[in-house]
Design a protein around this ligand. Structure first.
Ligand code: EPZ
Length: 417
């Protein structure tokens, strides 16, 4: 079983280039199902989740190949299959994003319910209510979602919660519905804006993405386009946190600073010095991290995908920090592994009380999920002695060669297969 072996205590130095955004790539790849012709997507990270989604598109009959390390070509036939079964969907939860584009393209879709994961039950009620408002007949039986419609008709949709996935599925279906759709209380994440920009580059008419009110005028067809996705704000935030926890000095390149506002503000509050440049950030970590409080919220609040990384930071901070996880129901799992390293973290429901300690000890730990896994890497980078991290496949889902990028910054980290 592969593991990462980290000898901690080395401040990170140098520069690192951030890859394309996982959560933009997954949405844009799903949206390419709507396109007639060859879609060319640039700045796509070859991370496991992306590779799995390309394999699912191939199983549906699309022609998908890498033109180079970061450029994907996707051509979808008119008779693309519209059934994604459990074998595929259980490999990738985000395959729920196939629902909107498939029902829009083929007027029918049958997707296995993705089921929950470590961090929560991950329901799809908001996705299904939205698609029903556009004229889909939705059925859920034997673990499958069945959606079909004779035609898609624009409508006004209010989301009870600004769900990223529901906003994306509804936007993709509404893009080719007849008439106008308004999504209210829509998610405002940068990945939503990127998906809307991609759909508009295909001839879509979407306005207001990035606000809580998105207006979509349906068009008959969407032409395949060439499109470069945004850099990954969570990967960038993870490296900023790595420099903070090791007291390093690094330039983080290929970022869009406005996407990182809540993360930059919180790390500055914790004592990091951060200078914004055009498309990079220069960060110097503090001598000692100051404790801060974290409340995760939909964008532009503090992102839930950075919560575990901040818990690792607070474990070594001066003082006590309080983390409240407001987005997912079970995303404080990394506390158990951090406590095994000597952290003092008490979890009560959605809240973690993190009392900073002077040092963490390197021990063997198991990554519970993607962001917890990378939080354990951060802890290992700062811990005394050697940390071994198992269950690497969950980390490889969302980070491309994380150990190589960290090694190039001076970290003593190796992957042992
Ligand atoms: C996206 O997941 C991201 N994944 C997640 O990133 C991210 O944490 C999340 O948005 C929040 O920002 C991708 O983009 C592939 P949601 P998504 O729908 O769309 C509830 C990572 O680490 N909800 O905004 O599934 C849900 O239970 C991953 O990169 C409903 O109740 O998130 C959750 O509590 C993890 N009903 C909350 O909303 C629904 O129909 C947020 O979910 C849909 C969601």
């Amino acid at each position: 079983m592969a593991k990462l072996v980290i000898n901690g205590g080395i401040p990170l130095e140098g520069s690192v280039k951030i890859s394309g955004a996982k959560n933009a790539a997954l949405a844009v790849i799903a949206a390419s199902l709507l396109a007639e012709g060859e879609t060319v997507l640039e700045n796509i990270p070859q991370i496991n989740d992306v590779v799995i989604l390309t394999e699912i598109l191939q199983s549906l009959g699309a022609s998908v190949f890498w033109k180079d390390r970061e450029t994907l070509s996707i051509t979808v036939p008119d008779d693309v299959h519209c059934v994604a079964n459990y074998r595929e969907v259980k490999r990738l939860r985000a395959s729920n994003l196939l629902l909107g584009p498939l029902v829009a393209r083929r007027r029918k879709a049958r997707i296995s319910l993705p089921g929950g994961c470590q961090i929560g039950s991950r329901p799809m009620d908001l996705h299904l209510k939205g698609l029903a408002k556009l004229g889909c007949t939705i059925g859920v039986e034997h673990g499958f979602i069945k959606a079909c419609c004779s035609r898609l008709e624009g409508n006004r949709i209010y989301l009870d919660f600004p769900s990223v996935g529901a906003t994306e599925n509804i936007m993709m279906a509404a893009a080719v519905a007849e008439g106008k759709t308004i999504i209210e209380n829509a998610a405002k994440e940068p990945e939503i804006v990127d998906l809307a920009s991609f759909l508009n580059s295909m001839g879509g008419k979407i306005r207001g993405a990035g606000t809580d009110r998105i207006k979509i005028t349906g068009v008959k067809t969407l032409r395949a386009a060439k499109y470069a996705i945004i850099p990954d704000r969570i990967e960038a935030g993870t490296f900023l946190a790595a420099v903070t926890i090791t007291g390093g000095n690094v330039r983080v390149e290929n970022v869009i600073p406005p996407h990182l506002k809540p993360i930059i503000a919180k790390l500055q509050e914790a004592g990091a010095w951060i200078k914004e440049e055009d498309s990079s950030l220069h960060i110097v970590g503090p001598e000692r991290i100051k404790s801060v409080d974290i409340k995760t919220l939909p964008f532009p609040g503090f992102p839930t995908d950075m919560q575990s990384q901040m818990m690792a930071l607070l474990a070594l901070a001066y003082g006590t920090g309080v983390i409240v996880e407001n987005v997912f129901e079970n995303r404080l799992l990394v506390a158990n592994e951090l406590n095994r390293m000597g952290a003092q973290i008490k979890v009560e429901g959605h809240t973690a009380i993190v009392q900073g300690v002077p040092f963490l000890n390197g021990v063997s730990v198991k990554a519970p999920d993607l962001r917890s896994g990378v939080a354990l890497i951060l802890a290992g980078l700062a811990a005394r002695g050697t940390t071994e991290i198992y269950n690497l496949h969950v980390i490889d889902r969302g980070y491309l060669n994380v150990e190589e990028k960290l090694s190039r910054l001076g970290a003593d980290i190796k992957r042992i297969d």
